[in-house]
Design a protein around this ligand. Structure first.
Ligand code: UDP
Length: 249
């Protein structure tokens, strides 16, 4: 669609991020689901951006996303510091919820790919309890060997869902989507990280107050102290943001 073309995005340390509000992102997603070709939806947070600094393929793949939303408060803070004009945080898990609402309203279908065995099935059950009008065409856990890839693709392509949620963690999910983008039989493939776990109830999202204060990361750290190594990337990102003359490039 023409209105979505142009340079309405910024780049943060080389990673494209669209200048979208949650409402814009939702509208785009809905239009993609009414289209024909596969569209790739990515949700980078500071951890993605730092990983992309050491992984040129990951950086290039993120830049080729059709819709790349600013997940993570760190991205919005970086945008504010450098006057990049990103309107607001668009958490992937909330965008997924919008997609589920749309699927429910329009009786569209989805496929859940990712999480430990049993997890996507548990998530499917919870999703259907909340959104009984949508169709879950299939589930597949995210622990597979390379030799299983074709079988998994066949399973997805036979199911032909309107939207495919891929929760393999970054960069695995983006690389998987990109590698198969030309043969995935769906309208949208979206990387959703741990969102399938959240739906299954195996991990929880932070209480609203943490989200409102931009402290969701702190909640996750308190719940899962083993994330400390991963979390150290956040201050590293902010230091890089503060000490860089420009980040938009
Ligand atoms: N995962 C998977 N296959 C793998 C590695 C990870 O299905 O080979 C799943 C994992 O079970 C979890 C998700 O990918 O459900 C990644 O979670 P993470 O906490 O990394 O996601 P985040 O939301 O932090 O991006």
């Amino acid at each position: 669609m023409e209105i979505f073309k142009g340079t309405n995005y910024v780049k943060i340390f080389g990673v494209k991020i669209d200048k979208v509000t949650m409402e814009d992102a939702n509208k785009r997603l809905v239009s993609y689901m009414q289209g024909e070709d596969l569209k790739m939806v990515f949700t980078p947070n500071p951890e993605f951006i730092m990983k992309a600094q050491e992984d040129a393929d990951f950086k290039a793949i993120l830049c080729q996303g059709d819709l790349v939303v600013p997940d993570g408060i760190g991205i919005i803070k970086a945008s504010k510091i450098h006057h990049l004009d990103l309107p607001e945080r668009v958490p992937g898990i909330e965008l997924m919820e919008k997609a589920l609402e749309y699927c429910n309203r329009s009786k569209k279908s989805l496929f859940l790919f990712g999480g430990k065995p049993g997890v996507p099935e548990a998530a499917a059950k919870k999703i259907l309890e909340k959104y009984p009008n949508l169709v879950i065409k299939g589930t597949q856990d995210g622990y597979f060997e390379e030799k299983d890839e074709l079988r998994i693709l066949d399973k997805i392509n036979e199911a032909k869902p309107d939207i495919l949620f891929v929760g393999l963690g970054a960069p695995k999910q983006e690389k998987w989507i990109y590698k198969h983008r030309k043969i995935i039989n769906s309208k949208v493939a979206m990387g959703v990280g741990g969102a399938i776990d959240v739906w299954a109830g195996t991990s929880k999202r932070a209480p609203k107050i943490f989200i409102k204060l931009g402290m969701e990361w702190l909640y996750r750290l308190l719940k899962q102290p083993t994330r400390i190594g991963r979390m150290m990337i956040l201050p590293q990102f902010m230091i890089k943001v503060i000490f860089s003359k420009t980040i938009d490039g």
